[in-house]
Design a protein around this ligand. Structure first.
Ligand code: ZN
Length: 292
């Protein structure tokens, strides 16, 4: 069913190119890039179509730290964007918001993005919220959708452990989340996992879509009182993900940018080296682009 839908809907990807092209792209039509912007904000480019995922676009220090979380005395974001907002947004064709926490969808993103930009959300509640903020082209990613030759598939997850979700106020704050798989024939599939722990939904998405690129949020964010029970993945989950997808390039993000992260890039880099998986795990700097 999936394959049939893809063949029927893709236009751009009919451009033939060798699969698994690694840094061999020479024209715009054959490019697949992931640019890490900051925190969980990334740009995913297939050919001449660019998706902006989870835009948090505020200047350094614009917001107080998240209440009742690790290091809440720090202000967010902890660092500036690596480029001017206009430059960041000038090639963006569509936006994906995996959930509406401030570090994935903020006031600055609402201010700077064109109000008619196509925008994908996880459910009706998020879509309604974003429409109420003035956006007119908001879609709910039900199962899959096609945009300019790229197929998007919604994937599941949970933004914390079952123990944390057993505490009603925390369950309400953490809410529901999604990940997204980007797929186009001839290109490596990219799985943006989103704010989730390692769970069966993630394992299932990896076995179903066989991504060549996996963007993992690995800052091991923690809420107060649950410092040992992070609400997103951390270093051990990076290893688990590698074992489930040994040929994939993992791009580790969502570190060094908001207050409640307990894992930083330096510690993750040491860990992946110690485990001998450093060739499979990219830990990009803000603004860095990886090509596939
Ligand atoms: Zn987050």
């Amino acid at each position: 069913m999936l394959k049939t839908a893809l063949i029927g809907s893709l236009v751009l990807a009919s451009v033939a190119l060798p699969s698994k092209a690694q840094n061999t792209s020479s024209s715009q039509e054959t490019e697949h890039h992931i640019q890490h912007v900051r925190n969980a904000t990334i740009k995913v480019t297939y050919g001449d179509t660019t998706f902006l995922v989870d835009p948090m676009l505020a200047d350094k220090g614009a917001y107080p730290g998240f209440e009742n979380t690790y290091r809440s005395e720090l202000r967010n974001p902890m660092v500036d964007l690596p480029m001017p907002v206009d430059q960041l947004l000038n090639d963006v064709d569509a936006v994906v918001v995996t959930h509406t926490h401030l570090d994935h969808w903020d006031d600055a993103a609402q201010k700077h993005l064109p109000k008619d930009i196509p925008l994908f959300t996880q459910n009706n509640a998020d879509a309604e919220l974003i429409r109420s903020q003035g956006f007119s082209n908001v879609r709910v990613l039900g199962g899959q959708a096609e945009f300019a030759g790229v197929t998007l598939h919604k994937t599941g997850g949970q933004h914390g452990s079952d123990a944390i979700y057993a505490v009603p106020p925390l369950a309400e704050i953490l809410g529901s989340v999604m990940g997204v798989v980007f797929e186009a024939p001839g290109y490596q599939t990219t799985y943006v996992v989103g704010d989730t722990l390692w769970r069966s939904e993630v394992e299932q998405a990896i076995s179903q879509y066989r991504p060549g690129v996996i963007v993992l949020n690995t800052g091991a964010a923690a809420v107060s009182g649950f410092e040992d029970d992070p609400i997103i993945m951390g270093k051990q989950d990076t290893l688990t993900t590698h074992r489930a997808a040994p040929n994939a390039t993992i791009i580790a993000v969502h570190m060094d940018a908001v207050n409640h992260m307990t894992l930083n890039r330096k510690e993750l880099a040491e860990f992946v080296k110690q485990e001998g998986i450093e060739q499979h795990v990219a830990i990009p700097a803000d603004g860095e682009t990886l090509s596939f």
